[in-house]
Write a protein that binds this ligand. Structure first.
Ligand code: ADP
Ligand code: ADP
Length: 228
């Protein structure tokens, strides 16, 4: 699980990006963070894998303070899917998926099997796709590879920062369906940033509404609909 306790972030120029942020994302849960541009979504996300240091407060992963982890151990246990499609253009799809498992020194056979299994999970035939280059795939397919690459080494935690924003509506819907299907099988702890309310409601077990660096409300989509 991920736990933010009274986290605050003031940037060097004085911008108060996060004010008093406390939130738990339970094991196997998807929490969507939603709010207007500049409300602090990306900042809170980047603090989890220590790309940004909080000014105050603590963050725990699986009940251990993130500062007490070895930084590599921490980041290997967190899959991060970015807004921009970020596959390595000179590596094949299989090589892209294998990067983190290789760093973790998984056996070659295990890495190959994992790659095959993941491609199948998102509906891409491994024999057709594993040796292709990213440029030979559509935007939606590339982003799907970005998602399974983040899952490849079996991290406990997945952070997704507007992973679908560059996609057309149809690919977007397809990927939302994929994520929900994947989540049923893998039960990861997922923090998902979006500025699209429909997406936040469709994907989140709970939705966290943010404004100006603060949480306004956290609730299930059903309860949010009932409370205007
Ligand atoms: P969101 O992801 O919701 O769009 P961000 O977390 O990116 O919001 O930004 C929150 C606030 O912090 C914004 O006002 C943004 O301009 C500011 N900000 C983000 N990064 C920096 C930075 N490196 N230095 C100063 N201010 C920043
Ligand atoms: P998003 O809204 O998608 O989070 P932004 O365009 O706000 O992205 O920010 C892009 C990058 O610029 C981020 O790495 C963020 O930390 C940085 N940034 C955003 N606002 C500021 C700022 N006021 N000063 C310095 N860096 C900033």
């Amino acid at each position: 699980m991920i736990e933010f306790k009274n986290v605050k972030k003031v940037y060097a120029d004085g911008t108060e990006a996060i004010k008093d942020f406390s939130l738990s994302v339970n094991k196997g849960e998807i929490v969507t963070l939603i709010g207007p541009s500049g409300c602090g979504k990306t900042t809170s996300m980047k603090m989890v894998n220590r790309l940004i240091e909080p000014t105050a407060g603590e963050i725990y992963i699986n009940d251990k303070n993130i500062n007490d982890y070895n930084i590599h151990e921490l980041r290997w246990n967190i899959g991060y899917v970015l807004q921009e499609i970020a596959l390595f253009p000179h590596l094949t799809i299989e090589e892209n998926i294998s990067i983190v498992p290789e760093m973790k020194k998984w056996k070659k056979k295990k890495i190959r099997e994992r790659g095959k299994e993941l491609l199948e999970m998102v509906g891409l035939d491994p024999s057709t796709y594993k040796n292709r280059m990213p440029s030979e795939l559509s935007g939606g397919q590339q982003q799907r590879i970005g998602v399974i690459r983040a899952l490849a080494a079996d991290p406990d935690i997945i952070l997704m920062d507007e992973p679908f924003s560059a996609l057309d509506p149809i690919s977007r819907e397809q990927l939302q369906t994929d994520i929900r299907k994947l989540q049923k099988e893998i039960k990861k702890t997922i923090l998902f940033v979006t500025h699209d309310m429909d997406e936040a409601m469709a994907l989140g077990d709970r939705v966290c509404l943010m404004k100006d660096g603060e949480i306004i409300q956290v609730d299930t989509p059903q309860n949010l609909i009932l409370q205007p």
